[in-house]
Ligand binder design. Sequence first.
Ligand code: NAD
Length: 468
Amino acid sequence: MKVKNPRTGQYYYEIYPPSAQELKSKTDAMRHAQIAWQNGGIEFRIKALQAWKEVVIEHKEELIDALCMDTGRKWETLLEVDLVASSIDRWSNISSVFFSNTERKTSSIPFLEIEQGLEPYPLVGVISPWNFPLLLSLIDTIPALMAGCTVIVKPSEVTPRFIEVIQKTINQVPDLLNVINYVEGGGEVGSELCKLTDIICFTGSTATGKKVYQAACDNFIPVFLELGGKDAVIVTETADIERATSAILWGSVANAGQSCLSIERIYVQRSIFNQFLSRLVGKANQLNLAYPTMDSGQIGPIISEKQVAIIDHQLEDAFKKGATLKAGVTKCEELGGGFYCRPTVLTNVNHDMKVMTEETFGPILPVMMYSTVEEAITLANGTQYGLSGAVFAGSEEEAMKIARQMKCGAVSINDAALTAVMHEGEKNSFKMSGIGGTRMGPSAIKRFMKQKAYLINSQGVKDPWWFA
Ligand code: NAD
């Protein structure tokens, strides 16, 4: 499979997806390795992952280079690579506490006691997207490894260059041999993994998520789906406009809007609408494209060409239906063979437009006026998605009252897109944004283990319900 450079539009790399037979041999070897990985215990697993962390740090520059080439952006990549080490450290601490808590408990029946066992799923399949190639390939992988599972990871075929580097770091830690493996490939390899693994963690679009759900159903395995979003922000008349516009701009256009948790709809109370809009437009116009170099500005290229077509289509649809351009562009610009989209502010938008109801995954900020808070909440809840959202209001109490009525998994209060940086709050994805237990917070590790109860007659007492 050929891979394109998002800054030049040129094919510049190739990947070689494994055959079904090669995948089967690999997963057989991993199932075999899992026994020792599980039996080694948590301290052994922490030691192995800490050793891996050191090797990853040694190869940091190589990893950054590969990721920058595939994504065409820099500062987001530096953040992504740094998160690997902090994530291994965080999960080392959480897992150590989690596994130390296995004492026997009494039950409601006086002579019976309970010991709670946990059995890891032997082989976890992770399928990840292109927008944060490294981070999203590891977000479920690290807790799964800590739980005692082995993990086979298939990142997106759009951004696969880092796979060779990360696999090289894994190969340098003997205890991780066949415990974690990365494989290259597209949808076929992903779909094959749904047949070969015991649990699937999928991050990607809602459309593909449905296919994965179906495949997991045929194989009768659990699935965790983290899918698309259309995050809304509500700004009330009491909000600090200066603060709200800065935070919302960051939450909408960081990584050129290519984040599931980007703010994609902005609802602003009528009395502050004009003031809000003029500050937002002023700030949006100050941002620059990261072109001709990655350091030239804040807005990098649109990484996947498929996404360029979606953004252009939504803009065209919005203008056809009456939207007004206040800042930015009417379509993505082609520069040096890559595609870029300036922060684009739209008004006169409504829910008949795709830009207000379908995921855009680009730096587009449609701003809609509302009169009552009830109306704003109805609009915010008015899409098929329910990933996250945000509220800006003059007091925390006012913001919380609104946040409690928003149908989504996480709400940033007087801030925006906080799930990008804060991985400790436990949350589910609502509606078509996903299914399955929380991937954030300490209880995320439980997803990778079956609970098993040992019911012990510790006193040798004859049970009263036995036949006489
Ligand atoms: P995608 O659905 O096109 O692809 C995701 C992954 O699925 C890729 O690795 C792809 O090769 C694989 N795949 C494709 N067909 C498959 C099949 N039939 N069976 C198994 N795997 C298959 O998504 P994308 O375009 O790479 O990523 C963008 C999407 O990801 C957006 O919708 C975004 O919102 C979503 N996303 C969600 C989160 C989240 O946490 N909720 C995070 C990041 C991105």
